[in-house]
Design a protein around this ligand. Structure first.
Ligand code: ADP
Ligand code: MG
Length: 252
C-alpha cells in the first residue's frame, strides 16, 4: 500500500525540504521504495538540496502538460526517486496545480511512500499538496509563532479529513527560551512524534548537496530522523551510540 504523506508547516524556513530529503534517505535505508515530490511550486528547493535542480523535465513541465509522468521521475543514487520542480519563474506560466493530484494518484501502487514537500502556510499551493496526500506531518520549530501557525494547518487538515500523524519539532537546542514539548502538545493538541536537534551537520550536508543521513549518519539530527522513519514504518529503533560518537557529541 502506498502512503501519501505531506510535510506541512505554517511558516517557511522551519525545515520541510530538509526533512523530506532526510526522510527519503532514512526510509530507503529501511528497505522502502520512496518517491519525493517537490510540491512547493512557487519556491521549490528539494531538487537543489539533492542536486536535481537542472533536470531536463520537471514537475512544472508535467503540470503544464508538456511532460509525461515517467519523464519527470529521477533516480537518486541512494535508491529513492525524486520529482524535482523548476527554479525558473517563467516556468510558472500555464501551470495547472490541480494536476498534482492526478500525479500522486498515478504513482499509487508503484512506490511505498510518496513524500510531498509542501509550500508553507495555507494558500492555494499549500492546500493543493494537502489535498494530494492522505496523511501529514506537522513540522515546526520550538517557538510560539511557528507553533501557532501549525495549529491553523491542523485545523484545515482536519476539515479536509486528513490523518495528522503528529508534530515534528525541528531545530531544538534545549535552551530555556524554547517552548517545551508539553507546551507544544497543549497548544496544538497532537502528539510530538519526533524532536530533531539543531545540528550544524544539517547545513554542512546541504552545502554538500546531500542529506545529513548520508553526510553524517550518526550525527544527532540524523539519528532522530532515522528514529522518525522507524516510527513511520512501525519498527523499533534500537540505536546505541558508539563510545566514540558519545565522546564526539559531548565535546561539541
Ligand atoms: N535540524 C537542523 N539543524 C540545523 N539547521 C537546520 C535544521 N533543519 C533545517 N535547518 C536549516 O534551516 C534552513 C531552512 O530549511 P528548509 O528545509 O529549507 O526549510 P523549509 O523547506 O521549511 O523552508 C536550511 O538552511 C537548513 O539547512
Ligand atoms: Mg522548502
Amino acid at each position: 500500500m502506498t502512503r501519501l504523506i505531506s510535510i506541512a508547516s505554517g511558516k517557511g524556513g522551519v525545515g520541510k525540504t530538509t526533512l523530506v530529503s532526510s526522510l527519503s534517505f532514512a526510509l530507503t535505508e529501511l528497505g522502502k521504495d520512496v518517491t519525493a515530490i517537490d510540491a512547493n511550486i512557487t519556491t521549490p528547493h528539494l531538487g537543489l538540496h539533492l542536486g536535481f535542480h537542472s533536470a531536463p523535465k520537471n514537475l512544472h513541465d508535467f503540470l503544464r502538460g508538456s511532460a509525461k509522468m515517467k519523464e519527470i521521475i529521477y533516480h537518486h543514487p541512494f535508491g529513492f526517486k525524486i520529482i524535482p520542480a523548476s527554479l525558473s519563474v517563467n516556468d510558472l506560466v500555464g501551470v495547472n496545480g490541480d494536476k498534482l493530484q492526478s500525479l500522486t494518484m498515478n504513482l499509487i501502487g508503484s512506490t511505498d511512500f510518496i513524500l510531498l514537500d509542501s509550500a508553507p502556510s495555507l494558500g492555494r499551493e499549500a492546500t493543493l499538496s494537502l489535498n494530494s496526500s492522505d496523511e501529514l506531518l506537522l513540522l515546526t520549530n520550538p517557538n510560539l509563532p511557528a507553533v501557532l501557525d501549525i495549529l491553523k494547518v491542523a485545523k484545515v487538515a482536519e476539515k479536509m479529513n486528513k490523518i495528522i500523524l503528529g508534530i515534528v519539532v525541528n531545530r531544538v537546542t534545549g535552551k530555556n527560551n524554547e517552548l517545551s514539548i508539553k507546551e507544544i502538545e497543549d497548544i496544538v493538541k497532537y502528539p510530538v512524534i519526533a524532536k530533531i536537534p539543531e545540528d550544524e551537520n544539517v547545513q554542512k550536508s546541504l552545502a554538500a548537496r546531500t542529506s545529513v543521513i548520508d553526510y553524517s549518519p550518526n550525527s544527532r539530527a540524523a539519528v532522530e530522523v532515522r528514529r522518525l522513519a522507524h516510527y513511520l514504518v512501525g519498527k523499533d529503533f534500537d540505536y546505541t551510540q558508539s563510545l566514540w560518537d558519545k565522546v564526539f557529541n559531548w565535546f561539541r
